[in-house]
Design a protein around this ligand. Sequence first.
Ligand SMILES: Cc1cc2nc3c(=O)[nH]c(=O)nc-3n(C[C@H](O)[C@H](O)[C@H](O)COP(=O)(O)OP(=O)(O)OC[C@H]3O[C@@H](n4cnc5c(N)ncnc54)[C@H](O)[C@@H]3O)c2cc1C
Length: 413
Amino acid sequence: MHNALRTERVDTVVIGAGQAGLSVGHHLARRGVPFVILEAGARIGDVWRSRWDSLRLFTPAWLDGLPGMPFPASRYAFPGKDAMADYLEAYAARFQLPVRTGVRVERLSREGDRYLVASGGGVIEARHVVVAAASYQRPRVPDFARQLDAGVVQLHSSGYRNLSQLRDGAVLVVGAGNSGAEIALEAARGGHRTWMSGPDTGHVPFRIEGAAGRYALAPLLLRVVFHRVLRTDTRVGRKVRTKVVGHGAPLIRLKAADLAAAGVERVPRTAGVRDGLPVLDDGRTLDVANVVWCTGFHPGFSWIDLPGVTTNDEPTHERGVAAGEPGLYFVGLHFLYAMSSAMIHGVGRDAEHVAEVITQRLDRRHERRREESGAGMARPVTGPAATLPGGAGLATPGTAPSSTGAVSASRSP
Ligand SMILES: Cc1cc2nc3c(=O)[nH]c(=O)nc-3n(C[C@H](O)[C@H](O)[C@H](O)COP(=O)(O)OP(=O)(O)OC[C@H]3O[C@@H](n4cnc5c(N)ncnc54)[C@H](O)[C@@H]3O)c2cc1C
């Protein structure tokens, strides 16, 4: 069936043009590997644009740049979400990354050592596929949410924009991670009685915006502890990973004291629904008008049709290189290699590692083929520009076509 739709061959397909996919693109381009980035959103950065209005990054601008391009803001500013979205768009343009927007990959399968990347527009054949679609694909909400009274407004954090979506009356925020804490604070400051339910995820023990935080402690925590110490190849890293992946990361900018000062009341886990209202672990029923589920996401990898690659939707991989697959990679997953892996300042290292593995595998393959066909024979130039009819569809509006084809003569699918 897919043969009729098959239109192109590209060495490497990157799925997702967020910080992870763009970083991979940057490193592939530097190595001369032909690739294309497929992005479901209409515009690069739409994931950030669709987050709640008041969201400011919890990392300072000096940690919000991707490889090769600093974030354009003063070093210690905490940019807003739209500024981050615009930065990603500018990054793709600056490095002329071949991003095709509005292309959602619906199925990833394999025939021998060729991957078939299927979207509404057809099928691309690739030797290598990097899934950079994040672990945040499908909102996770408990089943009992359906039993809430129809009069209770309920939203997942991914659908929350601002207080105008809430009814007058009390708010229960379920989930006490960074998103839950920020939304609870906003609700309380907006005059709603606000409860925040769920186990404490802890918080970093200093003010990231204070002088000591800015100059010493934030660099130590984010660049050294999160990036260098807490890694899957250190004992302490593996220990922390189990805790963080299961229970959420500590609050970074907010503190329990900020929430208490704003009037947010901490309550135990939400255990179910009684008479249309949420019930807590301690048996209390809360008379709320609104529930905001800050309960995280399912990775949402059901479109990956490759037996054994995911277990319970979680990929099996070593530093992003999928186990038992000739050319499948993940970048941007939570704690993929280090605590910083899903953070802006941490993703570049994982992206570079994966780009390097792809380059080495392509080089080895090319060497083998050269030996088979007689040394010195040049391969035809391929790459996104050469594989598309007329080079069409290579770049998003505002980005120029890829320049990687010129340096990609030695690597073809
Ligand atoms: C509320 C919130 C605040 C955060 N704040 C910070 C912060 O301050 N500092 C920090 O360092 N980190 C922060 N993070 C963590 C992280 O930086 C972000 O989640 C970031 O968006 C992850 O980037 P990504 O590229 O891995 O994934 P995403 O940004 O989610 O990008 C993935 C892309 O893949 C696309 N995609 C998905 N599926 C498909 C498909 N099937 N086909 C084609 N395209 C697809 C999506 O449209 C999307 O554009 C925050 C996370 C959240 C949730």
